[in-house]
Design a protein around this ligand. Structure first.
Ligand SMILES: *Cc1c(COP(=O)(O)O)cnc(C)c1O
Length: 366
């Protein structure tokens, strides 16, 4: 419980405290190396994370939002190009696309997966469409084989937004290796989190990797001459060192999230709520249920000492910075009204599961 007596819906502090000896080891290595930018830790993490995902290349960057921008740049998107994505996602997806000067258009999600509906993507494609950003929302893999088939037919680039899906898989193959490039965030609350902002781009294409390596550091070539698009978006050694330590416990954390999801399914089965679609490769970044009585449930659980979160009360298409007046997204609009996230972070949900379950059953009987 937090100081206010509420079981929090997420608390990265508890995750870092649980692995404190690993963080200490990481800090000791970096401070004794005296190297803070693009050194051994970053190189080692890029290699290990690429191997973990089963891809050829990984480029560490400064955030998930930067990873979206640089992944799009890497696959050839330029200002004025059209990029199709979903509205049911974090702001970082939208900002990452917009910052490149691309024109964003939104398609609706499949009500089961809450990820991009491939049929809607096919209907939305135009001559101007250059790329699509697919989001694996809440840790549930989007239907990549269908999306890759459509993209291949129409010759468009595919960027996977894997910020909520470290280790998620389809048929045993990890997400992040299906598209032309994939963006990861290591924001503290993600399944693999750093104690600060950090991100990475994964790709199987050496030219895409090379363009991103140059762009993340001033657009430099090997002679440190800026000869292309560039920003400063490097992964810090200190974060890479922590990620090298925590990558070793990612699968364990994902397995614990899956077990918690099974326990939630057993408790919630009889209650009037919609559960996440079952998928063996889901890593449950969030455990999200749907109810028309969201406000009542939220208040009831709060009264019982259980914190919850509403992550997307408004789709991107309703937010002024991204607004797309032509977008008609009834599934997204309904989900934004009905979705609520229950605690799933293992350090919180494991010790408090019985109390959470009791509160949910109490709400069901109210
Ligand atoms: C967290 C997140 C981002 C942004 O990542 P940052 O590291 O916060 O920039 C992008 N897309 C999705 C789906 C996210 O969940």
């Amino acid at each position: 419980m937090s100081r206010r007596g509420l079981v929090p819906s997420a608390d990265p502090g508890l995750y870092f405290r649980a692995h404190y000896h690993r963080l200490q080891r990481a800090y000791d290595r970096v401070f004794s190396s005296g190297r803070f930018i693009l050194g051994e830790e970053v190189r080692f993490f890029e290699r290990r994370f690429a191997d973990y995902l089963g891809v050829e290349h990984c480029v560490g960057v400064a955030s998930g939002t930067d990873a979206v921008t640089l992944a799009l740049y890497g696959v050839g998107v330029r200002p004025g190009d059209e990029v199709i994505t979903v509205s049911l996602t974090a702001s970082g997806t939208g900002v990452g696309i917009m910052r490149l000067g691309a024109l964003m258009r939104f398609v609706d999600v499949d009500p089961r997966t809450k990820c991009m509906d491939p049929g809607k993507l096919e209907e939305a494609l135009t001559e101007q469409t250059r790329a699509v950003v697919v989001v694996h929302l809440h840790g549930h893999p989007a239907p990549m084989p269908d999306i890759m088939k459509i993209a291949g037919t129409h010759g468009i680039g595919v960027v996977e937004d894997c910020a909520q899906a470290h280790g998620a898989s389809i048929g045993g193959r990890k997400v992040g290796g299906f598209g032309h490039a994939a963006a990861f965030s290591f924001y503290p609350t993600k399944n693999l989190g750093a104690p600060g902002d950090a991100g990475a781009v994964a790709t199987n294409d050496p030219e895409v990797a090379e363009r991103i390596r140059s762009a993340r550091q001033y657009g430099w070539n090997e002679s440190k001459v800026s000869d292309g698009y560039g920003v400063n978006s490097r992964l810090d050694e200190i974060h890479a060192a922590v990620l090298n330590e925590l990558l070793g416990v990612l699968d364990d954390g994902n397995q614990r999230r899956r077990r918690l999801a099974d326990r939630y399914r057993a408790v919630l089965g009889p209650l009037p709520v919609a559960l996440p679609a079952p998928h063996e490769g889901n890593v449950y970044h969030q455990f999200v249920i749907e109810t028309e009585e969201r406000e009542g449930l939220k208040a009831y659980l709060r009264e019982a000492g259980i914190g919850t979160s509403v992550h997307f009360a408004h789709g991107l298409h309703h937010q002024p910075a991204f607004s797309d007046r032509s977008a008609h997204l009834p599934v997204t609009d309904r989900l934004c009204r009905t979705m609520i996230s229950l605690p799933i972070q293992p350090e919180i949900a494991e010790p408090h599961f019985d109390a959470i379950a009791e509160a949910l059953l109490g709400w069901g009987k109210r």
